[in-house]
Design a protein around this ligand. Sequence first.
Ligand SMILES: [Zn+2]
Length: 279
Amino acid sequence: MKTMLTDAHCHPFDLYSCFPQAEDERESLRVIAAASACGLDEFAYNEELAKKSATKNLAPLLSCFAVHPQLPAVKTLDGEPLTNDEINNYLETLNNLAAAGRLAAIGECGFDLFNVSFKETEAVQDRIFIAHLETALRHDLPVILHVRRAIHKIFANKKILSKCRAVVFHSWPGTFDEGMSILRHRVNAFFSFGNTIRNGHKQAMLCCSKFPAERLLTETDAPFQPLRGQNFSGWTDLPHIIEKASSLRNVPANELETQIENNFKNIFNSFQSAIPVSI
Ligand SMILES: [Zn+2]
């Protein structure tokens, strides 16, 4: 059977707003995609796409949900950060969706300590992160992580992470040694790469060239990680990302594509269609 392209991390709801034909493109390229959502509108949109793909036997779209680690620092419509009650509501929704079998993974969650305002919410991010991992463990779901200026937080949480069925590092932000150390701590880690390797990001290129092949994934983070000079990333980037990764590793592109498809399918072993339950 022909290999399929796989996208370990994307945002179809946001991609739609800059490129309305995106879903047609995904269908024609036959991209299996793990779609992240941090809002209920976004989740509902992704779930509709997932149902349509399942009914029409198209490339599966996998629905994921999590509280994005930037969210506690972002001012909501009333000009205030999320209250504790609002965060608890999100976490309850996450647990309900997981319990109802409506999630393929929990993501993207993690840590963002990129600037002062994000750093101010570190304690809240800690609480949300642990709650996500507990839900992941309770329902045996993989997690997709966003980690910015926060690799130390991964090492601080290595024990609980090692219990997760799979931990996907979206747009792997660390060094090669950090990645290998995470694996040595028995975390079932996967390292995902997107357009950063085409944009000449040296550390990402080195990691992509040296990590064990069975630990690699590809992603678009669409629409948020464009090739330099483009306005947004999308699914047509994937064959070029595979091409770039295979040249970095000096292996044939089709061989790498098959390996990455197998890695992806081992993580997301359930491609079940969503069960319609009200949120
Ligand atoms: Zn993202």
